[in-house]
Design a protein around this ligand. Sequence first.
Ligand code: HAM
Length: 409
Amino acid sequence: MAIIKVQKGTKDILPQEMPVWHFMEEKANEIFTKYGAKEIRTPIFEATELFARGVGDTTDIVNKEMYTFEKSERSLTLRPENTAGVVRSFIENGMHRLPAPVKLWYKGPMFRYERPQAGRQRQFHQVGVEVFGIKQPTADAEVILMAVNYLKALGLNDLTVELNSLGCPDCREEFKKHLKDVIRPYLPKLCEDCQTRFEKNPLRLLDCKSPECQEIYSKPEIQKVIQGDFICEECSNHFEELKGYLDTLGIKYERNKLLVRGLDYYNRTVFEIKSNNLGSQNAVCGGGRYDSLVKNLGGEDVPAIGFAMGMERLASLLGEKPEEKLKAFVISNNIQEAVKYTEELRSKGYTCEFDLANRKFVKQLEKASKVAKYAVILGEDELAANQVTVKNLETGKQETFNRNELILS
Ligand code: HAM
């Protein structure tokens, strides 16, 4: 019979990979907690409308990549990202009444129907942070600091922080108008996606990967508009202040005026952290400010900023971590005593197993040497003397202890 295989763009995270995943999750808890963030877990599916209104119906994510299905005449969608879900929960649970800032962090699976390739999956995991209630650039700096320090805690170096400001809706309109004016003469030569973007979301033109479009966008008159400073005084001050904080914190960054991000909710600060050791999918972190989203989704006027990181991409940079061996494997031909003593060692906090198959002594020892650091032997002599013999399976050294006084290092 044909075997059923894992779906394209999805992966099992196998037991031998778990140490790296636990490491990423534990570090997230440790680092984000230090900044006063609390973990939140929101559902994996939400009303489709949340993403259409939240992420934006001109984005690729909403237009092409959502896993949407109907149940009881409701349109539901597997979350393609978690900012919209966290904002929904923030509003629904009246979190705007909590003292600001409200700092939340999350981890979990996301779903996007994208063309799978190295570093790009259809089910992937993100770890992320969202900070609500502060409009000043101190929040932008702190959020970037949290991302950078988390990556540092994982031991990841060789990363570049790219930074840009998209301005506010007012100054962005101005920029879009100039951009459209200068690109209009080339419109018939642009790819199909860019022709749509030109009308619906001209900022996204800058994100196009097609070499033909890129060639057009590199023309001097277009570059002049892209590289020009279009943001208004207030947005410019916000950005300058942020850069000042980052300098004070010693966080290096590069300005990337082409950084526009693929989600519609951003204003002012956007950033990505890229690895120099990944292929084309080299963004390990993406984030930015989204001051209108809470209001647009029906909440109060609460500014916010956050980021999310792709955990598969982090895991591939971290490589495999060695699996931890069991502390002890209890060896005995007296199965009753083996069960009892194994349980005793577990209750003392040791990871411990015995041979469920109750095989011969030698087989048990063979198994122990594969899976454990110590073999804890309860032979007839030991049982009679209320003792245990402990064999260090790495050094071969043996010691005898009173049964109740065993301590394993
Ligand atoms: P995003 O840039 O779409 O932003 O995703 C953030 C990160 O998730 C990316 O930098 C990448 O590491 C990872 N990622 C995205 N798509 C995939 C995929 N198909 N396969 C593997 N990894 C992927 C957001 O999702 C925003 N919600 C971030 C944010 C939070 N902005 C404000 N708050």
